[in-house]
Design a protein around this ligand. Structure first.
Ligand code: P1T
Length: 386
């Protein structure tokens, strides 16, 4: 057993799965690029036979990541969408999935345009409404996909309430924990079957590596995911694993910095005359602030707000920022800003976007860890351009 598994978050992030190298004493885990491993007799090897199945750098990263989610089993993938696909491959034609109505546009596209064609059925439900969830469950329901906070509307779903309904019925629950990171939210502790990440975001943290991950404590689910990981083969490269593992070491300090800045940006926006409404789980005005306070140890760095006006005002504002970069994605050290209706959620049909409230005056911010004065000044100057 890893000596550090019982340590606190910051210590686990630096040490679990990463003892000094047995051969050289190197303090950093080597990047093992080999695709294959020499066997002394057919089938006799040192635990590795082919790198799609097992790779030492990936294994170190998976162990560390699993420990941060208080999970026994962790699996890394070449993207968040690859991890989503692998999870869904546990299902078969005729199975039914209930998914948060407000999810990353790419998740919706994958379900709606790719997986549904294979005979798996989907219902999209506002999971902040537990009665609505209960009403949609059928005998064929096998999985509930919870994104919380949701992307981009930052709705907070009560994970424990959902798992209390699903677990007795043997319905798997997946929590997309991308926006909170394991530092602020641990879905497995709240009864979820799987914690999921687009590690491209806070876990990678530097906007230089695409990846995904699944963590579970359910050994039967773990066995299936491991089998599918090897069989489908959407695995990250050893270098990507190294980068993501290196990033884990600073996850705690980064998340604290993101949150500190985000709270100040959210308050600034809330008091600004050109802002209609701000959605940030850390603000008392957030509709599910009490749920966030209960299930999260912090509120992370994502903010969504409605600017006064419409597309014209949004465009002018987004063209005017200088410190915030107009770009998709989130969770990096640099502040990003984007327009969900045109960018990250363009694959959600216009009528769905309208029903959800993803309007043309909606702007999403990923608050980075630059100096807060520069961030506020940048937003302030951009508002003056409208
Ligand atoms: O991009 P990829 O690593 O494949 O992850 C997909 C994904 C899954 N879940 C959530 C909550 C996400 O936000 C994402 C990717 N999101 C963006 C690129 C974005 O800008 O919202």
């Amino acid at each position: 057993m890893d000596h550090f598994l019982k340590s606190k978050f910051e210590t686990k992030a630096i040490h679990v799965g990463q003892p000094p190298d047995g051969t050289t004493g190197a303090i950093m885990t080597p990047i093992t690029l080999a695709t294959t491993y020499v066997q002394s007799s057919p089938g006799v090897h040192k635990g590795y036979d082919y790198s799609r199945a097992d790779n030492p750098t990936r294994e170190a990263y998976e162990r560390c990541l699993a420990s941060l989610e208080n999970g026994q089993f962790g699996y890394a993938f070449s993207s968040g969408c690859a991890a989503t696909t692998t999870i869904i491959m546990m299902l078969k034609a005729g199975d039914h999935v209930i998914c948060s109505d407000d999810v990353y546009g790419g998740t919706f596209r994958l379900f709606d345009k790719v997986i549904q064609d294979k005979g798996i059925q989907f219902d999209y439900v506002d999971l902040t409404n537990i009665e609505a969830l209960k009403n949609k469950i059928k005998p064929t329901t096998k999985l509930v996909w919870i994104e919380t906070p949701t992307n981009p509307l930052l709705k907070i779903i009560d994970i424990q309430k959902v798992t209390e309904i699903c677990n007795p019925k043997k319905i798997w629950t997946v929590v997309d924990n991308t926006f909170m990171s394991p530092y602020f939210q641990n879905p497995l502790d709240l009864g979820a079957t799987m914690a999921y990440h687009s590690t491209t975001k806070y876990i990678g943290g530097h906007s230089d590596v695409i990846g995904g991950a699944v963590i579970t404590n359910d050994s039967a689910v773990a066995e299936k995911i491991k089998f599918l990981q090897k069989s489908i083969g959407a695995v990250p490269s050893p270098f990507d694993c190294y980068l993501a593992m290196r990033s884990l070491k600073t996850l705690a300090v980064r998340m604290q910095a993101h949150e500190k800045n985000a709270l100040q940006v959210a308050k600034f926006l809330e008091s600004h005359s050109k802002v209609d409404k701000v959605l940030y789980p850390g603000l008392e005005s957030h509709p599910q602030h009490s749920v966030a306070k209960k299930q999260n140890s912090g509120f992370s760095g994502m903010i969504t707000f409605f600017i006064k006006g419409g597309l014209k005002e949004s465009q002018k504002f987004l063209e005017s920022v200088r410190v915030f970069a107009l770009a998709e994605s989130l969770g990096g050290v640099e502040s990003l800003i984007e327009h969900p209706a045109i960018m990250t959620h363009a694959s959600v049909p216009a009528e769905n976007r309208k029903a959800l409230g993803i309007h043309d005056n909606l702007i999403r911010i990923s608050v980075g860890i630059e100096n807060i004065d520069d961030l506020i000044q940048d937003l302030s100057a951009a508002f003056q351009k409208i």
